[in-house]
Design a protein around this ligand. Structure first.
Ligand SMILES: NC(=O)c1ccc[n+]([C@@H]2O[C@H](COP(=O)([O-])OP(=O)(O)OC[C@H]3O[C@@H](n4cnc5c(N)ncnc54)[C@H](O)[C@@H]3O)[C@@H](O)[C@H]2O)c1
Ligand SMILES: [Zn+2]
Ligand SMILES: [Zn+2]
Length: 361
C-alpha cells in the first residue's frame, strides 16, 4: 500500500470486493518489482495518486469471475496487463497499435472501468494502480487485462512478461520488426534492453551490439545473444559507426530513459533506413534533440509502449516461445522476496543490484 509519496510502502490488510460484471478475482502467485512502481511511490510521477495498492508485474491464478466473463475461467493461469486488449476499440481493430482505448481514462485515475474501486479500508475507498494492483495476495481486474497463459509455465518467470521483458521483446519483434541478417544496437541492458537483445536474436539479427555502463549487465546481454558489447558514454555513436563501416545500425533500441542516450540511438541508426525504437520513459519536461538532417537522410524514430504488443494475444505466444526453450528467463530473476520485503526490492533496484526482484506470495 502506498500511503504517502516518498515513504516506504506499508503492508496491511484491506478489503477487496467481489468481481463485478466483466471482472475477475485473481490470486497472485508472483509479482516483479519495477521502476514504474518506485517512480510512483517516490512522488516523482505527476499523475500519481495515494493511497493506492501498487504493483503491475503480476502472474497468478483466476479464483472467481464476475458476471459476463467469457475470456477466462477459474483455474486459468494469467499474466496481468497494464495495457489491456478489448479487441473492439478502433485501436484494437488496427494492426498498427496496441494502445487499447477501452478503459484508459478510468485506469489512469485509479478506478476499474465502471469508475469505482474494489479496494477499501473501513469506509475509505482505496485506488487501484495501472489497473493491476498486484503487490497483493489478490486483485480484481477487468477480464480484458488478463493474458491466459500455458499453465505449465512457472509463474515466477511469467510475471516478467507482464512488463519489462515483453516490452523489450515486443520492441524488436513487433515495433521494429527486426529482419534476419541485420544489425541491431540496444542501449541499456536492464529488463527492457535485455528483452530487446533477446527479441533481436529471435528475429534473426546477425549482429547485436549492447551498450550499457555496467560490465555485469553487459555479460547478461551476451547470455541473451549480444554478439558485441560496448561501455556507453559520449563516444558510443562513433564506436558504433566504426563497427559498422561508418554507416550505423539497421535497428537501434533505446532502453535507458535518458534523452541523451535517445539522441545517440537516433544518430547510431543507419542512413537510408535505420529505425530507432524508443522504449525508455524520459523524465517530465525533458525533450529529445534530433538534428532534422538525420531524418532527411532516411533514419526513422518509433516509440514503443509495451513493445507494441497486443497483450492478450501476444503475451501467451511469447510465453510459448519461452516454454519451447527459445528464451532464457532465469538470469533475470536476481532476488526472490516476500511481500513484506517489497521496500527491499525498491532498494535493490535503486542500487541496480540485479535485474528483477520477484515477490512470491
Ligand atoms: N515503453 C514501455 O512500455 C516501458 C515499459 C517498461 C519500462 N520502460 C522504460 O524503459 C526504460 C528501461 O527500463 P529497465 O527496467 O530496463 O531499466 P533499468 O534501469 O534496469 O535499465 C537501464 C539501463 O540503462 C543503462 N544506462 C544508463 N545510462 C546509460 C548510458 N549513458 N549508456 C548506456 N546505458 C546506460 C543502465 O546501466 C541500466 O542498465 C526505463 O526508462 C523504463 O521506464 C518502458
Ligand atoms: Zn513495469
Ligand atoms: Zn481496445
Amino acid at each position: 500500500m502506498l500511503e504517502e509519496f516518498g515513504k516506504p510502502l506499508v503492508v496491511q490488510e484491506v478489503e477487496l470486493a467481489e468481481p463485478g460484471p466483466g471482472e475477475v478475482l485473481v490470486r497472485l502467485v508472483n509479482c516483479g518489482v519495477c521502476h514504474t512502481d518506485l517512480y510512483t511511490a517516490s512522488g516523482a510521477d505527476p499523475s500519481g495518486y495515494a493511497p493506492a495498492v501498487l504493483g503491475h508485474e503480476g502472474a497468478g491464478v483466476v479464483e472467481r469471475v464476475g458476471a459476463d466473463v467469457t475470456l477466462v475461467a477459474p483455474g486459468d493461469h494469467v499474466v496481468t496487463l497494464f495495457s489491456p486488449q478489448c479487441g473492439e476499440c478502433v485501436h484494437c481493430r488496427s494492426p498498427k497499435t496496441n494502445l487499447c482505448m477501452a478503459i484508459r481514462e478510468q485506469q489512469n485515475k485509479g478506478y476499474l472501468p465502471d469508475g469505482t474501486t474494489r479496494l477499501r479500508r473501513g469506509a475509505e475507498p482505496l485506488r487501484h494502480f495501472m489497473g493491476t494492483s498486484t503487490f497483493a495476495e489478490y486483485t480484481v481486474m477487468p477480464q480484458i487485462a488478463l493474458a491466459k497463459i500455458d499453465p505449465e509455465a512457472p509463474l515466477e518467470g511469467a510475471a516478467l512478461f507482464a512488463c519489462g521483458l515483453s516490452t523489450g521483446l515486443g520492441a524488436a519483434l513487433r515495433t521494429a520488426k527486426v529482419e534476419p541478417g541485420t544489425t541491431a544496437v540496444v542501449f541499456g541492458a536492464g529488463m527492457v534492453g535485455l528483452g530487446a537483445v533477446a527479441g533481436s536474436r529471435l528475429a534473426g539479427a546477425e549482429r547485436i551490439v549492447c551498450v550499457d555502463l555496467s560490465p555485469e549487465r553487459l555479460a547478461l546481454a551476451e547470455g541473451q545473444g549480444a554478439t558485441d558489447t560496448l561501455v556507453g558514454g559520449p563516444d558510443a555513436v562513433q564506436q558504433i559507426l566504426d563497427m559498422t563501416g561508418g554507416f550505423g545500425a539497421d535497428y537501434t533500441f533505446e532502453a535507458t530513459g535518458n534523452v541523451q542516450v535517445m539522441r545517440q540511438a537516433v544518430e547510431a541508426a543507419r542512413m537510408g533506413w535505420g529505425l530507432c525504437t524508443v522504449a525508455g520513459v524520459a523524465g517530465k519536461g525533458e525533450y529529445l534533440e534530433v538534428i532534422p538532417r538525420f531524418l532527411i537522410q532516411g533514419r526513422r524514430i518509433a516509440g514503443s509502449s509495451f513493445g507494441g504488443l497486443k497483450g492478450r494475444e501476444d503475451v501467451p505466444l511469447l510465453i510459448d516461445r519461452w516454454m519451447a526453450g527459445e528464451l532464457d528467463v532465469d538470469p533475470f530473476i536476481s532476488h526472490r522476496i516476500s511481500l513484506d520485503e517489497v521496500n527491499t526490492g525498491f532498494a535493490l533496484m535503486h542500487a541496480q543490484d540485479g535485474i528483477r526482484s520477484v515477490i512470491a506470495f
